[in-house]
Design a protein around this ligand. Structure first.
Ligand code: NAP
Ligand code: MG
Length: 401
């Protein structure tokens, strides 16, 4: 059988530990037999990041701006222990943070659903995608302990030297204080990424904040979303038969629980942090969460939401065959190949991505799965190693339609 040809290379970002092992196997067993894989390869493994003074991470993000689609393996974000373990020159920043800053993107996370693993919420039938704003608010705050009585004020000094002052609180005793900010430009990028993503996956978009309490700060988010929707997206949403609406965060929480799923829920930074963990857990397993970073200019970077699965890697190094779930990493590849196929008008490549995902589902539906899923599975499960799972998927791939 002739292999599927590609036109434009995918940006391939390799990573670390157990996911790096899975990465090579996924390519070899599931992709390369069918696709004449063209990639521009960047090794984001910690050792190579250190050797290049992290330039490789920056280069890989710039390549994503150039080509439009990337697939990324999980990577170690170094801490003090990793600096010692790898003998690093310095504690390099989180690669995801660096890439996100260059692409100015929004992260969309959605669970992969399988039959036999029921969401904790009975009404959920389809995945819920969380779109998390990844800039500002409490993640870039300034905070202090108030030692005793005194007056707290909000002060802005303009570039022209003019001051705007506003009282915060008259402290009668000790307490705490915090200042947060956000930017119109960042909220605007976030809004565009959400509207474009909703159009690309053809699902309703919900956005929620606490604007009844935060009448200026949160209200600004609501207004920017509303204005951009009216001017740039309303017609396209109506034509696509999908909906955008804004609601209060309390109402959104209640509606999500009652919904059937199949929506994108856009959240401010903190809400997205917390709600994505809640949604992921309620759907089953972190190993089944996909993640895609979408830039406001329509560049896409696909990855699994989980990390490098260090505990499994240490067992792998001791010669043990681990039962690490490769599904989210396979879906990062299928997502990236599908998007590449869409951009380059290659229907065979898009169809291959569908088949690959179908083969994964067929495998799980036949009862073959890794240990993390077997623990949650309601039917009779056959627990296998990662490699056996990948062989099972490979055997189902030719027939998957
Ligand atoms: P993790 O790699 O996601 O693993 C946490 C635990 O979750 C694992 O020990 C395992 O539990 C379970 N798990 C996660 N993915 C799994 C899979 N595919 N199959 C089976 N079980 C899975 O998180 P971490 O241990 O906090 O972080 C490890 C490294 O990953 C860190 O260096 C961190 O910096 C990095 N990280 C990278 C990314 C990224 O690149 N996007 C994201 C998060 C973390 P059991 O051990 O109980 O089986
Ligand atoms: Mg969190």
């Amino acid at each position: 059988m002739a292999k599927i040809q590609m036109k434009t290379p995918l940006v391939e970002m390799n990573g670390d530990e157990m996911t790096r092992i899975l990465w090579a196997d996924i390519k070899q067993l599931l992709i390369e037999p069918y696709v004449d894989l063209k990639t521009e390869y960047y090794d984001l493994g910690l050792k190579h990041r250190d050797e290049t003074n992290d330039q490789v991470t920056i280069d890989s993000a710039n390549a994503t701006l150039k080509y439009g689609v990337a697939v990324k393996c999980a990577t170690i974000t170094p801490n003090a222990q990793r600096v010692e373990e790898y003998g690093l020159k310095q504690m390099w920043k989180s690669p995801n943070g660096t890439i996100r800053a260059i692409l100015d993107g929004t992260v969309f996370r959605a669970p992969i659903l399988v039959k036999g693993i029921s969401p904790t919420v009975r009404t959920w039938e389809k995945p819920i995608t969380i779109a998390r704003h990844a800039y500002g608010d409490i993640y870039k705050n300034s905070e202090m302990v108030i030692p005793g009585p005194g007056k707290a004020e909000l002060v802005f000094t303009g570039a022209d030297g003019k001051e705007i002052r506003q009282p915060i609180f008259d402290f009668k005793g000790p307490g705490i204080l915090q200042g947060v900010h956000n930017l119109d430009s960042s909220i605007t990028s976030f809004a565009h990424a959400c509207f474009q993503y909703a159009l690309s996956i053809h699902e309703d978009l919900w956005f929620a904040t606490k604007d009844t309490i935060s009448k200026t700060y949160d209200h600004r988010f609501k207004d920017i979303f509303g204005e951009i929707y009216e001017s740039d997206y309303k017609a396209a949403f109506e034509a696509a038969g999908i909906q955008y609406f804004y609601t209060l965060i309390d109402d959104a929480v209640a509606r999500i629980i009652r919904s059937k799923g199949g929506v994108i829920w856009a959240c401010k930074n903190y809400d997205g942090d917390v709600m994505s963990d809640m949604v992921a857990t309620a759907f089953g397993s972190l190993a089944m969460m996909t993640s895609v970073l979408v830039s406001p200019n329509g560049q896409y970077e696909y990855e699994a939401a989980h990390g490098t699965v260090t505990r499994h890697y240490y067992r792998h190094l001791k010669g043990e065959e681990t039962s690490t779930n490769p599904i989210a990493t396979i879906f990062a590849w299928s997502g990236a190949l599908r998007k590449r196929g869409e951009m380059d008008a290659l229907p065979e490549l898009q169809a291959f991505a569908d088949r690959l995902e179908k083969a994964v589902m067929d495998t799980v539906n036949s009862g073959i799965m890794t240990q993390d899923l077997a623990l949650l599975y309601e039917g009779e499960a056959q627990t296998v190693t990662s490699r056996m799972f990948l062989y099972a998927v490979a055997s189902k791939l030719p027939a998957a339609e």
